[in-house]
Write a protein that binds this ligand. Sequence first.
Ligand SMILES: Nc1ncnc2c1ncn2[C@@H]1O[C@H](COP(=O)(O)OP(=O)(O)O)[C@@H](O)[C@H]1O
Ligand SMILES: [Mg+2]
Length: 240
Amino acid sequence: MSKAIEIENFSYGYPDGTMALSDIKLSIEHGQKVVLIGPNGAGKSTLLLTMAGFVKGTGKVFIDGLEVNRKNLKNIRTCLGSCLENPDDQLFMPTLFDDVAFGPLNMGLGVEQVKKRVADALQTVGLAGMADKAPHHLSAGQKRAAAIATILSMTPKIITLDEPDGSLDPRNRNNLIKLLGCLTQTLIIATCNMNFAAAIADRAVLMDKGQIIADGDAKEIMWDFKLMNGHGLEVPTARD
Ligand SMILES: Nc1ncnc2c1ncn2[C@@H]1O[C@H](COP(=O)(O)OP(=O)(O)O)[C@@H](O)[C@H]1O
Ligand SMILES: [Mg+2]
C-alpha cells in the first residue's frame, strides 16, 4: 500500500532567497499521528504547504501514492485537507453551514449528501446545532473546531493542521486534544507547544533551519532535554 506521505530530497527557497526547506526526506504511514515540532522559522508551515501542493521546489512529494504536480492537484486536495494557521482564512461564508458545505458542494455532491456531510462534521467537532451561526461570531475555540469541520466534511484521508492550539485556552486545548484523538485519519500537526504535542502524537519530527533534525518516538524525542533545548524548545511539563 502507498504511504500517506512520501517526501524525497525536497528543497524549497522563497522568492526572496530564504531557504525554507533543505533536502527533506520524510515517510508517513496511513493512520499515524505525527507532530512537526521546531522553533519559529524552522520550516514547519512550509512543509505543510508543500504536502498540500502550495509550494513547488526540487525533489519529489507523493500523497497517498500520487505525485504532487499540477495534473494530480485536484485529487491530492481531495485526499489531503489542510487546516491553516489562522481559522479566519478558512471561514468566509455567511453561516457555518455554508462554510462546511463549501468543500462537498465543490466536489459535486448532491444536496442531501452535502447536508449529511455538514451534520456529521459539525457533530464530530462539537458544533452540532450551530449551523446557522455566523462564523465571525464564534469564539476562538469554536472557530478552530469550525475550521476543522470544513476539512472533515470533505472526508480526506490525511489532515494537516498548522499550530491548531494557537490562541486556545486550556479547556479548549483539551477539547481539541480529545477531538484529534478521536479522528482516525492520518494527522500531521505543526506545533511549538510540547504539552499539546505530547498529548496527541505517536511520532515527532523535529525541524530546525529547514532541516529534519530528529524523527522518531514522540516521547523519546520530546523528553530529550539536550535535544529540545538545543533547538529552542522545552520538554513537556506533564508526563502521562
Ligand atoms: N512568504 C515568505 N517569503 C519569504 N520567506 C518566508 C515566507 N514564509 C516563510 N518564510 C521564511 O521561511 C522560513 C520557514 O518559515 P515557516 O515555514 O513559516 O516556519 P515555521 O512554520 O516553522 O515557523 C523562515 O525563515 C521564514 O522567515
Ligand atoms: Mg508556522
